[in-house]
Design a protein around this ligand. Structure first.
Ligand SMILES: *[C@@H]1O[C@H](CO)[C@@H](O)[C@H](O)[C@H]1NC(C)=O
Ligand SMILES: *[C@@H]1O[C@H](CO)[C@@H](O)[C@H](O)[C@H]1NC(C)=O
Ligand SMILES: *[C@@H]1O[C@H](CO)[C@@H](O)[C@H](O)[C@H]1NC(C)=O
Ligand SMILES: *[C@@H]1O[C@H](CO)[C@@H](O)[C@H](O)[C@H]1NC(C)=O
Ligand SMILES: *[C@@H]1O[C@H](CO)[C@@H](O)[C@H](O)[C@H]1NC(C)=O
Ligand SMILES: *[C@@H]1O[C@H](CO)[C@@H](O)[C@H](O)[C@H]1NC(C)=O
Ligand SMILES: *[C@@H]1O[C@H](CO)[C@@H](O)[C@H](O)[C@H]1NC(C)=O
Ligand SMILES: *[C@@H]1O[C@H](CO)[C@@H](O)[C@H](O)[C@H]1NC(C)=O
Ligand SMILES: *[C@@H]1O[C@H](CO)[C@@H](O)[C@H](O)[C@H]1NC(C)=O
Ligand SMILES: *[C@@H]1O[C@H](CO)[C@@H](O)[C@H](O)[C@H]1NC(C)=O
Length: 856
């Protein structure tokens, strides 16, 4: 019996299992990819490049309905949706894809596609007839023909953002006439709309995003005239020739969402009165608006839910109308808009506020406690004002939803026991004098992504808790310029931006996540060498370890950071050579005061973004590379503008050390105090935008190449303490910006060339060259030199040398003139020749001389 029932149960189990599996299989067989669809997708795939191998599932072994991004209808099994956004795809979009008969949703946004290719039009092929949704946002595509789009008659949503349509402007009306289109997004398409398009019919358009394109005021007015049913209009950052015509705004009766950010409206003092009445979201960020309190009290913005006026210039107190908006107001942005006065408590009657930005104004007084009633508040930024009152826990009594808080340079006092109701993601408390104890309530925040507490006089932290806190932060941590001490060598920092500079950290360097992009650990007391796990910091673009006690080899590890822009390793004990495979994006390389050695790799001078190279006070040897210098930022006259990061680097120029911020665009090469030998290659002076050049304290020999005359931007030149010899090139007298020169302690000889610059320098600029003469040193015995000088200037520089002599006449005159004139008088035979040659100059010299002479 027992056995039988067991058997029965077993039988039943198998029976069910079998039938169930059968059902499952049958069901699966329903979702079998349509062969035609599969072929169409296969052809599409052939056009694309998939460097990250994101489409491995697109193989013939797999059913195409299971391919990544492909969705099939579960009854018809036809492909209805293809979503391949953010897959790092490159190559070509083959539009034969639109032969997928039932495709209604196609999303290829945020890839790197370059080309879009239309198939030859075949009459029997129905082409994208079901497509409702097409998103090509953010690729590298350029289109000059929009014809294929006009066939997509079912299209409701079309996003071509960041597609270059510069040459397709005329085809734009094809888009405006798509009968079902309700959402059209053409953000930053390089459209240049200067004329009215014909036959445009905005029948169904509800959302229109034309931000970042170019319009004339006339074409814009035309557009407004047509689009009276549009409810969402985005004109953010458009550039406009002519004035923006506010009158047309008020005719947009149905517009609810309006973004005019970035349009210069400083002349429009009545902008508030022109706003369409049904607006619920208004963004006018950075519009240079000046008037927030119009004379008319009747501001018709009673439906507003969002108002953002960040970055304007109102110079006013908060206007009355601001307190009579809808109770539904949830977003109020008034940051950095030159507002002042006290914050009345009625501002906090908007119980639905989620976003409140008042930062960087001149608000004064104290902040009303009713702030604590704003239960829904998620974002609160009130830092950088002039509040006199203190902020207490009461101000946050019911803010349980707060996620971002900025109290920069405000005064606050929270009890050490305070446990806030909120869990913040972002906290900004810089310049708040809250030290020396790290505020304990911050330890209660377990979800912080950003913590910024620079310059807050912090010294004491509860070590374990604090390391735990900063180790948890994943986006940006800035606790720079405090006095925090301790050993963080076992801490793993996973933040992308790490600023721990100007503290008293000791021990070896902390561990970093491979994702880190900005590291400033300068001005601490770190010891030891670069940890092994720093090796492959692929995203690093800024690193400063300046002024620590670090040692070991470092540059080879940094060669893996292929996007590095700034390296500052100054004042450590690092050694090793410079590998020749450093990042090609380097802008500033500061290795000063270490123990680096080896020769200077030519590759440094091929870096097209390099503007600051400081290798001073190391043991570099060998000679300066004899190459064609093609560091374009130091050559090109047409300024390409690299993205510069990190301004506070000491620059050593004009014999001084500048602390803090200086002009970060100064082109500098400093190879001083090394063991560099050989001659100065004349090609080096091809870097004509260099402003500071210091080659002093090396073993350089040879003469100064004449090409130095081309360095018209040179302001500071230090060649002292080398073994250079020969004459100082005449054309150095034409370096008009030169305000610091030091040639001392070499073996230069001959006469110092004439010109304001060279004569005006201190004697100590030329000291220690026993055979050098002429002002400001002692007179030369051989006056002939001067004539040679003039002769060679005239020959080499043509008119320029002549002009430079005039310009240089001021200081150099007394010495120079006598020399020249004297010699012309002495060497009579030459006179005729030179009079002819120097005729205009002679006249000038003569007249000046006579005037001077007569006066004295
Ligand atoms: C098709 O699948 C989706 C999701 O898998 C489901 O929500 C829907 O009900 C299914 N439709 C039919 C007709 O089975
Ligand atoms: C726009 O299109 C609609 C519907 O297709 C039509 O009724 C209307 O007359 C058209 N308007 C113009 C100005 O062409
Ligand atoms: C705006 O539309 C009206 C009528 O619809 C027309 O008379 C006027 O000329 C249009 N203005 C512009 C600038 O297109
Ligand atoms: C708002 O806050 C104040 C002070 O904190 C309090 O007295 C008042 O009762 C609160 N009002 C509401 C409606 O919660
Ligand atoms: C560093 O912090 C002090 C206050 O502790 C402040 O006076 C100083 O300006 C800060 N320095 C920098 C560079 O921010
Ligand atoms: C750069 O070159 C050095 C040798 O000079 C080598 O050890 C290092 O692996 C190279 N780095 C990269 C990223 O190839
Ligand atoms: C600079 O010149 C070198 C050879 O002289 C060459 O290998 C390198 O590609 C050039 N770099 C640029 C940016 O032109
Ligand atoms: C050039 O470098 C030397 C040694 O580093 C330094 O003493 C000198 O002040 C520097 N000259 C200038 C103009 O900065
Ligand atoms: C020249 O420089 C030295 C040292 O830099 C200084 O002591 C002296 O005053 C300077 N003389 C003139 C005339 O500027
Ligand atoms: C030039 O350099 C020497 C050291 O080599 C120094 O003594 C002198 O003061 C410097 N001259 C000027 C003007 O800085």
């Amino acid at each position: 019996m027992n056995f039988l029932s067991q058997l029965l149960r077993l039988f039943l189990f198998f029976f069910y299992a079998f039938t169930f599996q059968n059902i499952l299989c049958n069901n699966l067989s329903h979702v079998r990819c349509n062969e035609k669809d599969r072929q169409t997708l296969q052809i599409f795939k052939e056009g694309l490049i998939d460097p990250s191998n994101n489409l491995v599932t697109w193989s013939t072994q797999q059913d195409c309905c299971d391919w990544k991004g492909v969705h099939c209808d579960n009854t018809t099994s036809r492909v209805t949706k293809l979503d391949l956004s953010q897959q790092s795809l490159q190559g070509e979009i083959k539009l034969s894809l639109l032969e997928l008969q039932f495709l209604y949703h196609l999303d290829l946004s945020e890839n790197f596609f370059k080309v879009i290719s239309t198939p030859p039009i075949q009459n029997d092929v129905i082409f994208g007839s079901n497509l409702h949704y097409l998103d090509l946002y953010y690729n590298d595509i350029s289109m000059d023909n929009l014809h294929w789009l006009s066939q997509l008659s079912s299209l409701r949503y079309l996003n071509l953002g960041f597609t270059n349509l510069r040459y397709a402007t005329n085809g734009l009306q094809l888009l405006f006439m798509l009968p079902s289109l309700s959402d059209l997004r053409l953000r930053y398409c390089q459209l240049n709309i200067t004329t009215s398009l014909k036959n445009v019919n905005f029948t169904s358009l509800v959302t229109l995003d034309l931000s970042g394109n170019y319009f004339t005021s006339k074409s814009l007015r035309w557009l407004f005239n047509l689009s009276s049913d549009i409810s969402h209009l985005d004109l953010n950052q458009i550039s406009l020739s002519g004035n923006f015509d506010l009158q047309w705004l008020s005719q947009l009766h149905s517009v609810k969402y309006l973004d005019l950010s970035g349009i210069d409206l400083h002349k429009e003092t009545n902008w508030l009165l022109a706003m369409p009445p049904s607006l619920s979201n208004l963004y006018m960020i950075d519009c240079q608006l000046t008037n927030i309190s119009p004379s008319l009290k009747h501001v018709n913005l009673t439906s507003l839910v969002t108002l953002d006026l960040f970055l304007n210039n109102f110079n006013s107190e908060l206007p009355h109308w601001l307190f009579n908006l809808s109770r539904d107001l949830s977003h109020l942005g008034l940051g950095d808009s030159s507002l002042f006065g006290e914050i009345p408590s009625s501002l906090f009657n908007y119980q639905n506020l989620e976003y409140l930005d008042l930062h960087y104004n001149m608000f004064s007084g104290s902040i009303p406690l009713t702030l604590g009633n704003l239960t829904y508040l998620v974002f609160l930024s009130i830092g950088s004002n002039s509040f006199s009152g203190t902020i207490y826990e009461m101000h946050f009594s019911r803010l349980q939803n707060l996620q971002e808080l900025d109290l920069i340079s405000t005064r606050f006092h929270f009890s050490p026991e305070w446990i806030p109701l909120f869990q913040l993601k972002e906290l900004h408390l810089d310049e708040t004098n809250q030290g020396p104890q790290f505020p304990p309530w911050i330890y209660t925040q377990k979800s912080l992504s950003i913590l910024s507490m620079s310059s807050s006089k912090l010294s004491f932290v509860v070590e374990e808790k604090f390391w735990g806190l900063i180790a948890g932060i994943d986006e940006r941590i800035d606790i720079s310029n405090n006095s925090i001490s301790g050993d963080i060598s076992n801490v793993l920092l996973k933040s992308d931006f790490i600023l721990l500079n100007h503290n008293n950290f000791t021990g070896t360097l902390p561990h970093l996540s491979p994702e880190v992009s900005y590291v400033d650990l300068s001005h601490n007391s770190f010891i030891g060498s670069i940890p092994h796990n720093w090796k492959k910091l692929k995203h690093l673009f800024f690193i400063s370890l300046w002024n620590n006690n670090l040692c070991g080899e470092v540059l080879e590890k940094l060669s893996w950071s292929t996007y590095l822009k700034v390296i500052n390793l100054e004042q450590n004990e690092f050694f090793g050579t410079i590998p020749n495979n450093m990042s090609r994006y380097l802008e500033r390389v500061i290795l000063r005061s270490n123990k680096f050695e080896g020769s200077i790799p030519p590759q440094l001078f091929f870096l097209s973004h390099l503007i600051h190279l400081d290798l001073a006070h190391n043991n570099f040897s060998g000679s300066i590379p004899q190459i064609t210098y093609n560091a374009t930022e130091m050559i090109a006259d047409n300024y390409s503008t690299p993205l510069l990061v990190g301004d506070d680097i000491d620059l050593y120029e004009k014999g001084q050390v500048y602390e803090g911020k200086v002009n970060s665009r100064r082109r500098t090469i400093d190879l001083s105090a090394n063991k560099i030998s050989g001659e100065i290659p004349s090609e080096l002076f091809g870097l004509i935008r260099v402003q500071t050049l210091n080659l002093s304290y090396n073993h350089l020999t040879g003469t100064i190449p004449k090409t130095i005359g081309g360095m018209k931007n040179l302001e500071s030149l230090d060649l002292s303490n080398n073994k250079l010899f020969g004459e100082i090139p005449e054309n150095m007298a034409t370096l008009f910006f030169l305000s610091y020169l030091n040639l001392s302690c070499n073996n230069f000889s001959g006469q110092i060339p004439i010109g304001t610059q060279l004569q005006s320098f201190n004697v100590s600029s030329y000291d220690g060259n026993p055979e050098l003469c002429g002002a400001p040193l002692t007179k030369c015995s051989m006056e002939k030199n001067v004539v040679d000088t003039i002769q060679s200037i005239m020959k080499e520089d043509g008119g320029f040398g002549e002009k430079s002599l005039y310009l240089g006449m001021g200081v150099g005159f007394a010495v120079g003139f006598c020399g020249l004139f004297g010699s012309l008088l002495i060497f009579r035979k030459w006179r005729q020749k030179y009079y002819r040659l120097l005729n205009p100059m002679y006249d000038y010299l003569y007249v000046t001389y006579i005037l001077k002479f007569n006066r004295s």
